[in-house]
Design a protein around this ligand. Structure first.
Ligand code: GLY
Length: 320
């Protein structure tokens, strides 16, 4: 849908009220579920989210179910169990979730709990707060039945020890290896949008560091009238530009999802003299089902599921 058509749809209130109601009903019935998420591990996450959507579940249930697949997979070293630890060897997790009503929940610096996204959802649904951090978030999780468990797998522990031995020398992790956060956006069969974002954050970060992923408007933003956006990559840069909120606001102004992602990245690129040495990528899902994805550097992939397809797509970097 072009900008003009999208704006035209937005101006549908000029139509007679009965016709408007009929149109909304038609649009609601016609929706095909759609899920988009970051990185290769998004494929399995999308599959799970689609199962929820195909059985007429909500976008909110779908995004939680989807990212929980990545959180539970010990081979994914950037999310949940098996995530790379901080410099002191502690796995600390950040996550958030946002629904179609503008409700949001978030946890940061959470330790020993495998599913931070579900704790974030509990914060959203059971409290009048948005964000819990550290020990407070953990106590809240345990109070609500979450099991305490060791999240540092042997593989991640060995990699961390190797990194410690090499400290000060060349970092073996490339720009695409150290922040493979999963952001997942979904639209359900009645057209509602939701999103979730979860990560173990920057590998070998300073103890206490929190990235963009649990920050509403940075790692994730959902506006059910316009669209949703999610981020991955160097969290500090996403926070400084309120990245996901920016992508959604650009879509509100009429940018296509693709151009909105590119413009949000352009602001980061310009701040770094045109050639940042790190990766940031955005995905976006507009209310009419059109998607966008863009990355600063090559190597970023996103998974897109709609109808019977679930495919991984490569993104050409803006600067290489
Ligand atoms: N984008 C994940 C992080 O920087 O922590």
């Amino acid at each position: 849908m072009e900008r003009r058509d999208f704006i035209k749809t937005g101006l549908i209130t000029t139509v007679a009220p009965t016709l408007l109601l009929a149109n909304i009903e038609t649009i609601k019935r016609a929706r095909n579920p759609i899920v988009i998420s970051t990185w290769k591990h998004g494929v399995k996450a999308n599959e799970e989210a689609m199962k929820v959507l195909f059985s007429k579940g909500s976008a909110l249930d779908a995004v939680e179910a989807g990212v929980k697949i990545s959180e539970a997979d010990p081979t994914i070293q950037s999310v949940g169990i098996g995530g790379r630890p901080d410099k002191d060897g502690h796995v600390t997790l950040d996550a958030c979730i946002m629904d179609s009503q503008g409700n949001a929940g978030s946890v940061a610096y959470l330790q020993d709990i495998k599913h931070p996204v579900s704790v974030a959802r509990k914060v959203m649904e059971l409290t009048d707060h948005v964000m819990l951090v550290g020990q407070g978030a953990k106590s809240f999780a345990i109070t609500h039945g979450f099991k305490e468990e060791n999240l540092l797998t042997e593989e991640s522990r060995k990699a961390w020890l190797k990194w410690k031995m090499k400290q000060g020398k060349k970092d073996e992790l490339g720009p695409n290896d150290d922040h493979d956060t999963i952001s997942l956006l979904a639209q359900d069969s009645v057209g509602n949008l939701s999103g979730a974002c979860t990560t173990s954050g920057l590998a070998y970060k300073i103890s206490g560091r929190v990235g963009d992923s649990p920050i509403i408007g940075a790692g994730l933003y959902v506006d059910n009238e316009i669209g949703a956006a999610g981020a991955t990559g160097r969290g500090e840069e996403v926070i400084k530009t309120t990245g996901s909120f920016l992508v959604v606001e650009l879509m509100r102004q009429g940018y296509t999802p693709q151009d909105a992602c590119r413009e949000a990245l352009g602001r980061i690129i310009r701040r770094h003299g045109g050639n940042p040495g790190f990766q940031v990528a955005y995905i976006a899902l507009r209310k009419d089902g059109e998607i966008g994805a863009a990355a600063i550097r090559k190597g970023f992939k996103y998974a897109l599921s709609s109808e019977n397809e679930n495919k991984l797509h490569s993104v050409k970097g803006i600067i290489n």
